[in-house]
Design a binder for this molecule. Sequence first.
Ligand SMILES: Nc1ncnc2c1ncn2[C@@H]1O[C@H](COP(=O)(O)OP(=O)(O)OP(=O)(O)O)[C@@H](O)[C@H]1O
Ligand SMILES: [Mg+2]
Length: 400
Amino acid sequence: MTIVYEQWQQQAKQLATLFGIEQTHLVSTADALVELVNNEPAEQLVVLGPSTPLAEAVGFSEQCRVRRPTLGVVLLRQHLDINVMTEALRAGVREVVDANDPAAILAACARSQDLSRQLEAKPKLNGATVPSARTPEGSEPLGGQVITVFAAKGGVGKTTTAINLAVALADGGRHKVCLMDLDLAFGDVAILTQLSPERTIADAIPVADRIDETGLRSLLAPYRSGLDVLLAPVQPAAAEDIGRQLISDLIQLARDAFEYVVIDTASAFSEQMLAALDATHHYLLVTTPEIPSLKNTRVTLDMFDLLDYRKAARTLVLNRADSKVGLSTADVEKIVRMPIVGSIPSSRDVPVAANAGVPLTVSSPSHPVSQAYRDLAVRLFLNPNVADLQKRSRFSRGRS
Ligand SMILES: Nc1ncnc2c1ncn2[C@@H]1O[C@H](COP(=O)(O)OP(=O)(O)OP(=O)(O)O)[C@@H](O)[C@H]1O
Ligand SMILES: [Mg+2]
């Protein structure tokens, strides 16, 4: 069922029709909403209609975020306004959607319910076998560092970042790096590096219960000096057979053999991505200076809070940072409430490199984009910059 709070009768009727009359609990006062939410502990979605005063929406979401984190709140507005969106997302509203766009409303509600289901399933899943960014600082055992490149929105530059960062970390063979393409259904690493997918992670499926370091090494494709790649399956359907435990095991094996494990991901909080995120030491969150991307980054950060992923382990990378789209760096930081630690410029040479199948860090090491990735690798991992760490932990104290 979907709980819909809307004071205007006509609008309420339209929303009930959109979600299905039988599937909707309609309420028209704030008291009735709170009472219904309290009486229905299994409900996962509240839609606040366009007549909801912003202060009420903010107050309600703040309460839910603390008391009922699995309950998603979707706010509808007649006009989308950046200040309203910022305030609402800050309060914990999952999405702010145009009240006149039924397809967008249904899509936002589906995403929210998906997230709620993942959150509810979380405690029942098998625990990760690898210590992760959930582990308190300083208590992580030895082994390679796991760096996961993630974004809840597709197409923002995750794969570009994962590949170029991995090349920069390997630093011409000075460090041992394993790049894992865990975008299991639609992985692009093979095509962007021209590696032949003769062996992929799919070959681990039949030996999932007994894979060891030799087994992992036999699946890796050597790319550059110091850099080996575990490619995604060629057939998208194989992704379904790759379980959470296999992913945890492969990451642990890679940690035993490499200094850095860089993981490219799919834009989803699927069980497989959660296995990778659970095993991660550093989250590299990629975003772009556009409202949908920033909104999804904010939602991701809230999700990370709920999952208990350490704030100091998160780094925000702004891709296409210099795009002239009307949002300054300060605007971006204000919306996502996190400092930007890495900025990658926009360049048509990036897609050109993708079409050629040779990453820019390989073909043009002195290109500004390559320099930006190398700078990121050095500052964050190879020679961590104290100022960056302080910046991150200063922002990571408290929620705001
Ligand atoms: N800094 C940049 N400047 C210009 N184009 C870029 C930049 N970064 C990425 N792109 C282009 O944007 C597109 C998406 O990039 P990429 O595949 O890395 O994103 P992704 O987040 O991995 O996408 P998906 O969710 O589909 O896996 C590609 O065509 C890529 O060449
Ligand atoms: Mg990708």
